[in-house]
Write a protein that binds this ligand. Structure first.
Ligand code: ADP
Length: 491
């Protein structure tokens, strides 16, 4: 281990294994030079006449121009969704609705490679992640909710569940296609129609999904996909003919949305930020735990609201855990997201990279000890070395605020009660991880940790059958599983 340098930074120097490049081919990805808005089953020019660029964050090259929808475009999309709801979708027998959702699921599987490549090009996440995690989960989500469409009476016995109407759905850039699936699949299964807006830095896979929806012959207007930035999102939120807002994104915007819908009868679910605690007890399988920690914070550049961004290590195993963690960080491959060897891809945008650097500087100024991988970073594009801070106080901003990058804040503990108190000491409550050999400890912690999702001896595992959502400033409402149906129904 390199000794701490004059300032409190030390770089980890190890002989990283040099793999030959294994780039995924881009040939399966057909990206148009320009994308319009998907309204009423057709791609339409925006009435704003404005377009914005979406770039590849790993190379800073432009991928496409995307329409910037204004309030008039939002209104058109909502009207299309309303007409489709009143005339077609709410009247269609549920088992017929299910067939469309199954068809979409199968079409996604058929074009899985193309979706994975475009997700990686537009968002910067490693191809391994988009190919093996995002896209299969997307198809599974549609399959799962297709199965529920004609069984809602069984999901809510004696409750006569009724659809809500038009759902406005606003999603972030960290899992662009997966978040679209999380939102669209349950809305359709429950008989609602949709106006969805992807994030401005990652609109392409949602637009590809629009192509599939068009090919699937889903009745026009049932799903409308419009692109734009915050103003477009706000126009959706404020549209008077929207019955439900489903939002995933920052706590800051979540609060704005909550204020905007206060006093209306719009139903809302908000899935917001997180500051998850990953807790390693002395009886944990340490190697497995270290791999889980790495997966939890570094594999997706920390671009996960449930990222395990705080690590609590029981004092008796602290040295061992730190040694293994640093060894592992040093072998992480940071770089071209299209390379199948890459562990840590590109940060989604320049702005996000600046936010991460701001926090790293805050940590340094607070006098925390910092370690970062010594890997070389590509000259172009937005990249950040896997970083960790030790000697972190509970009050440190690194331990309290969501960074959304590959930055881990490490603290120690002695007893169960101490770590429960420390882990709960945050405004967030989305997720947590517990690593221990003892089942009783797992039960003790899962009942006392204030987090919507708690993984035991694993991390960042998702399944369509399992509900996801937070406490406190991490939002409310659940997505996924049976709970995810309830969010789109009056029961
Ligand atoms: P992040 O900080 O992760 O980018 P944001 O909350 O800013 O998260 O963005 C998540 C989604 O919310 C994006 O689709 C973005 O365009 C949208 N958005 C941003 N501002 C607003 C707003 N005021 N009202 C509605 N949607 C918004």
């Amino acid at each position: 281990m390199a000794k701490a340098a004059k300032n409190n930074t030390s770089k980890l120097k190890f002989d990283t294994i040099n793999y030959a490049p294994a780039p995924e081919s881009k040939s399966s990805a057909k990206i148009e030079a320009q994308y319009d808005l998907f309204i009423n089953g057709k791609f339409e020019k925006p009435s704003s006449k404005k377009y914005f660029d979406t770039i590849n964050p790993a190379t800073e090259e432009k991928l496409s121009s995307v329409a910037d929808a204004n309030a008039a475009d939002v209104d058109k999309a909502v009207k299309a969704a309303r007409t489709a709801y009143d005339k077609v979708w709410s009247k269609m027998p549920a088992k017929e609705r299910a067939k469309y959702i199954y068809r979409i699921a199968r079409m996604i599987q058929e074009r899985a490679r193309e979706f994975a490549v475009i997700e990686t090009l537009d968002g910067g996440k490693p191809i391994r992640e988009s190919r093996d995690i995002d896209v299969p989960l997307v198809a599974n989500h549609f399959f799962y909710y297709a199965g529920w469409a004609d069984k809602l009476e069984y999901a809510f016995p004696n409750r006569s569940p009724k659809s809500l109407g038009v759902a406005g759905q606003i999603i972030p850039w960290n899992f662009p296609l997966l978040m679209a699936a999380w939102k669209i699949a349950p809305a359709l299964a429950t008989g609602n129609t949709v106006v969805l807006k992807p994030a401005e830095t990652t609109p392409l896979t949602a637009l590809k999904l629009a192509e599939i929806i068009q090919e699937s012959d889903l009745p026009p207007g049932v799903v409308n996909i419009i692109t734009g930035a915050g103003a477009t999102g706000a126009a959706i939120v404020n549209h008077p003919d929207i019955n439900k807002i489903a939002f995933t994104g920052s706590t800051e915007v979540g609060k704005l949305i909550q204020r905007a819908v206060a006093g209306t009868d719009k139903k809302v679910t908000l899935e917001l930020g997180g500051k998850a605690a990953n807790i390693i007890f002395e009886d944990a399988p340490i190697d497995q735990a270290v791999e889980g920690i790495i997966n939890g914070i570094y594999f997706n550049q920390g671009h996960v609201c449930c990222a395990g961004s705080r690590l609590f290590v029981q004092e008796s195993v602290y040295k061992e855990v730190m040694r293994k963690l640093k060894d592992r960080i040093a072998t992480l491959i940071v770089g071209d997201p299209m390379d199948k060897n890459t562990d840590v891809g590109a940060i989604n945008s320049k702005q996000q990279l600046e936010t991460i650097h701001k926090y790293i500087n805050i940590g340094k100024k607070e006098g925390l000890e910092i370690f970062e991988s010594s890997c070389a970073l590509p000259k172009k594009g937005f990249f950040c070395r896997p970083t960790l801070f030790t000697n972190v106080a509970q009050s440190s901003r690194i331990a309290q605020e969501e960074i959304f990058g590959p930055v881990l804040a490490i603290q120690t503990f002695r007893t169960d009660d101490e770590v429960i108190e420390k882990a709960n000491n945050t405004p967030f409550g989305l997720s947590a991880g517990v690593w221990t050999d003892k089942g009783s400890k797992i039960f003790n912690l899962t009942t006392k940790l204030r987090a919507g999702v708690i993984w035991a001896n694993t991390y960042n595992k998702f399944d369509p059958t399992s509900p996801f959502g937070g406490y406190k400033e991490s939002g409310f409402g659940r997505e996924g599983g049976l709970h995810g149906l309830g969010a789109y129904l009056n029961v």
